[in-house]
Write a protein that binds this ligand. Structure first.
Ligand SMILES: *Cc1c(COP(=O)(O)O)cnc(C)c1O
Length: 388
């Protein structure tokens, strides 16, 4: 590809984001166009800015309603929502947790906080999320049941406890097939739906297929609370237990400080929830705008002969198109485009460094990683902010 191809891509992007004048185009900036200031002011005036307050309860109710989960429980951020989700799934020190190396570092960090070990399973090329076929093959080849019926890794004897697929860039993975495999093998499913608020698979919201799913409201996600996370549940009791653990495991009492478990201060403050309530009111418009951007990208790349492939939403799903992704013909093309676009005021990014290429996870077990490597070599994220 030539600079002319790259320039034409940047023109198209600048046009979509009304930045023809040459102003900087970020990858994903938040949009505050609704009741954000009003609710923040209300929150401050109430003095309830911290761990107790009406906005927290409302945000949990609104998120449950939006996603169709029976219950939603707030967290301080997506990373500790994942940490909590793994603990609720019963993951313990020295367990193995099967996940994808094509993810943001938080997925693996959360597994590591418990002292468990990630194992990296390949992704499907089209969804960029954990591949059910690769998962099944790994389980078939590498696990056996001990005398108690516990599923163990044949090589090291570790218990294989959970699977954590991630809905990459908002595209749902084949979560129903993954859930079936987990049922068949008796392992826990935890959904990293950090990126996929507003994404549905076969009519069901991502993050609601497992007993517990985690969402992030970091500043660069589809909607934001500044920093924040949410756990989604279909089980009231588990949600109650999550609420208990995320609030220091304090036993209700008028004034006594009694705690019945090692607890966590993982509850989102009311002031962040105020922002969240306002953002959630706006989400339908945000999702509509993001789909329009995806359409612009899709049309452009399907009409050009530069060999760049737009990663469209997979079959049976509605993607939130959190970050639009395109695959360049080669790693060299990818690198040159990254350089050209970032030199010319249009922010673009490659996919994350694969987890097993980082020093903390280089010794972790992994399968062929064929699709993972191909995607890591060629994918670029294009600007995807909401356009109002
Ligand atoms: C953003 C993200 C998280 C973590 O969320 P934070 O709110 O930033 O802690 C976890 N997993 C994935 C895949 C993410 O993209």
């Amino acid at each position: 590809m030539t600079d002319k191809n790259y320039d034409s891509i940047l023109k198209m992007i600048r046009n979509r984001f009304h930045a023809e004048d040459g102003k900087f185009v970020p990858l994903h900036a938040p949009t505050f166009a609704g009741n954000e200031k009003r609710y923040l002011e209300e929150c401050i005036d109430s003095t309830f800015v911290s761990s107790v307050g009406a906005f927290v309860d409302r945000f949990e109710r609104d998120m449950a309603a939006f996603t169709g989960a029976k219950r939603a429980v707030v967290c301080v951020n997506g990373t500790n929502a994942l940490h909590m989700a793994l603990m609720l799934a019963g993951v313990e020190r020295d367990d193995e947790v099967l996940t994808q190396s094509l993810s943001f570092i938080a997925t693996c960090n959360a597994i590591s906080y418990i002292g468990a070990h990630p194992v990296f399973i390949d992704v499907d090329y089209d969804t960029m999320g954990l591949s059910p076929d690769a998962l099944r093959s790994w389980l078939k080849e590498n696990t056996e049941r001990d005398g108690d019926g516990t599923l163990r890794n044949k090589k090291n004897g570790r218990r294989v406890k959970a699977v954590v697929p991630m809905h990459t860039f908002g595209h749902p993975c084949r979560i129903d097939m993954i859930a079936d495999i987990c049922d068949e093998y008796g392992i826990e499913l935890v959904e990293d739906a950090a990126e996929s608020i507003g994404s549905w698979y076969k009519g069901k919201h991502t993050g609601t297929f497992a007993r517990v799913g985690a969402i992030s409201f970091n500043g660069n996600k589809t909607i934001t609370t500044g920093g924040g996370g949410m756990l989604l549940f279909n089980d009231e009791k588990l949600a109650d237990y999550a609420k208990h653990l995320t609030t220091q495991a304090k036993v209700p009492s008028r004034w006594e400080f009694v705690h019945d478990h090692i607890g966590y201060n993982y509850r989102m403050p009311n002031i962040n929830a105020a922002l969240g309530c306002a953002q959630l009111e706006e989400i339908d418009g945000f999702l509509k705008s993001k789909r329009e951007t995806a359409e612009v990208y899709k049309n452009y790349f399907s009409g050009s002969d530069d060999g760049v492939r737009f990663m469209a939403e997979p079959e049976n799903s509605v993607s939130n198109y959190w970050l639009n992704a395109v695959a360049f013909p080669s790693r060299e093309d990818r690198d040159r485009f990254l350089e050209y676009s970032n030199d010319h005021g249009v922010m673009t990014r490659p996919i994350w460094e694969l987890m097993w290429r980082l020093p903390m996870f280089e010794d972790c077990e992994r399968d062929s990683q064929e699709n993972t490597i191909r995607l890591a070599d060629t994918i670029v994220n294009l600007p995807s902010s909401v356009v109002l």
